[in-house]
Ligand binder design. Structure first.
Ligand code: NAD
Length: 490
């Protein structure tokens, strides 16, 4: 495990350390380095120094490095996945899947980097024969990239791969709870021969994040995390009007109509809220179910929830691991406690499983008949807690779904595809799934409306986040005077 920061191609001791706790046991896993303000500054300066040379490479040349990083991730997929499990608590098969997605993300952006060579300058038709205009795509510069703990390495790859593909250099700050796989990514990039300073990884807490967002030499801020921190990042960015993208929280709805396939609906409802322990920004944490199917569906859902194997995330067959930290456990159980005190009805769960005395384990939890003004309905809980409400008409379902401050994702379950498509278009969300919930592809745009953020990641949109457009206009007829101020002698 790495004990140092990666700055300018060198491994350096952190000025301090931060404990990384294994959530399955509550025991110390590792003391990770924590960057001081001076070390954040050193990382930004290293990225600044590396920028001109990296930006001047062809996209194809940058793509080669990205492909080597993808292969490096594949080569140590098992070790990376186990490390992710130990710092985050997600079940091993989910972590292995994440690692495949990480490698695929680098390969995908390698392809977009190669493509960029043929499209980085294009002529724009202008209605004047004396002029020629070009639109030219250029990398923005040094990217300060801050990621959360729920998909520690995948969120890092979603940021680093497009930035590097575009020709930007990166200073990546992983979450203080889960910095270990991001530091391994630095080693993989180093082994892939990535030039010094192109990627810098500085672990650390909120102070390191703040130092990065406040740094005058950062040209682009890309943040994934909570709404409250997102506001702070935006405030810091406003000082210098730094280009900023924000991927924030969500409280997404899954709308289940009477005519759905009941078994499929239960499967996707569970995948939408228990996958990754419900610590998923796009989790469909509000179930809005039609009257005609509600009783049967909830009966089946309760049965399946009670069958979920909870336990050590490295143990075969486990589908629900511990929440990431003591703090997150306290936050989620606080919501449950207040919900019960407010008289809400539990369908199932709400407790620590009796056989798991250590670690931050919680049963799959479902509250039914949750009123619209309950904090459980309104706030992002970020754990395996589903809130259920019923509806009669499509209009009512949409109103309930859209009455949220967030707008990240949504899902609709119905055999009537015409209706499903109509509902998908009416949902106020950046991502909508029909007859499923959560599948994510690095080719498709990702991001939210309202408090869920600004901008889109992944796909070509992810690359565009790190590019700026320059106009170059040439006066073609120098032999023909423009003649506005300097008139030709009569
Ligand atoms: P968080 O906001 O607490 O922390 C996110 C990151 O910001 C961490 O690296 C943290 O150290 C850093 N940070 C904290 N204070 C900072 C400051 N003042 N300035 C700069 N950086 C600072 O979020 P979290 O608890 O790590 O993650 C959970 C949140 O992330 C949830 O709200 C979730 O919905 C969201 N999320 C969103 C997406 C998305 O794609 N929209 C994806 C994953 C997670």
């Amino acid at each position: 495990m790495k004990t140092q920061l990666y700055i300018g191609g060198q491994w350096l001791e952190g000025d301090a350390t931060l404990p990384v706790i294994n959530p399955a046991t509550g025991a110390l896993l590792h003391d990770a380095p924590a960057a001081s303000d001076a070390q954040v500054d050193a990382a930004v300066q290293a990225a600044r120094a590396a920028f001109p040379t990296w930006a001047a490479l062809s996209g194809a040349a940058r793509g080669e490095f990205l492909r080597r990083i993808a292969q490096g991730i594949r080569d140590c997929k098992e070790e990376l996945a186990r490390l992710e499990v130990m710092q985050n608590g997600k079940p091993l098969p989910e972590a292995l899947w994440d690692m495949d997605d990480c490698a695929a993300c680098f390969d995908y952006y390698a392809g977009l980097a190669e493509n960029l060579d043929s499209r980085h300058e294009r002529e724009i038709a202008v209605p004047h024969d004396d002029f020629k205009s070009l639109a030219r795509l250029e990398p923005i510069g040094v990217a300060g990239q801050i990621v959360p703990w729920n998909y520690p390495l995948l969120m890092a790859c979603w940021k680093v791969a497009p930035a590097l593909a575009a020709g930007c250099t990166s200073v990546l700050k992983p979450s203080e709870l889960t910095p270990l796989t991001a530091l391994e990514l630095a080693q993989i990039a180093h082994d892939a021969g990535l030039p010094a300073g192109v990627l810098n990884v500085i672990s650390g807490g909120r102070e390191a994040g703040a130092a990065l967002t406040n740094h005058a030499d950062v040209d682009k801020l890309a943040f994934t995390g909570s709404f409250e921190t997102g506001k702070r990042v935006m405030r810091a960015a406003s000082e210098r009007v730094t280009n900023t993208t924000l991927e924030l929280g969500g409280k997404s709805a899954i709308l289940v109509f009477d005519d759905c396939d009941l078994e499929q609906a239960v499967e996707w409802i569970m995948f939408g809220i228990f996958w990754n322990k419900g610590e998923v920004c796009s989790a469909t944490s509000r179930l809005i179910v039609q009257d005609g199917i509600a009783d049967r569906l909830l009966e089946r859902l309760k049965l399946e929830c009670e069958r979920v194997k909870i336990g050590d995330p490295l143990e075969a067959g486990v589908l629900l691991g511990p929440l990431v930290s003591h703090g997150q456990y306290a936050k989620v159980t606080g919501f449950i406690q207040r919900g019960l005190e407010a008289g809400l009805t539990l369908l199932t769960g709400g407790q620590r499983p009796a056989h798991l005395t250590n670690g931050y384990y919680l049963e799959p939890t479902v509250f039914i008949d949750v009123p619209e003004d309950s904090e459980l309905w309104l706030e992002e809980i970020f754990g395996p807690v589903l809130c259920v409400a019923r509806f009669t008409t499509e209009q009512e379902a949409l109103r309930l779904a859209n009455a949220s401050q967030y707008g990240l994702a949504g899902a609709v379950m119905s055999r009537d595809l015409e209706r499903a498509n109509r509902v998908a278009r009416a949902l106020e969300a950046g991502i909508v799934w029909i007859n499923c919930s959560q599948p994510t592809f690095c080719e498709a745009p990702w991001g939210g409306l309202k408090r869920s953020g600004i901008g889109r990641e992944l796909g070509e949109w992810g690359l565009n986040n790190y590019l700026q457009t320059k106009q170059i206009t040439t006066y073609l007829t120098n032999d023909k005077p423009w003649g506005w101020y300097i008139k030709k002698e009569a």
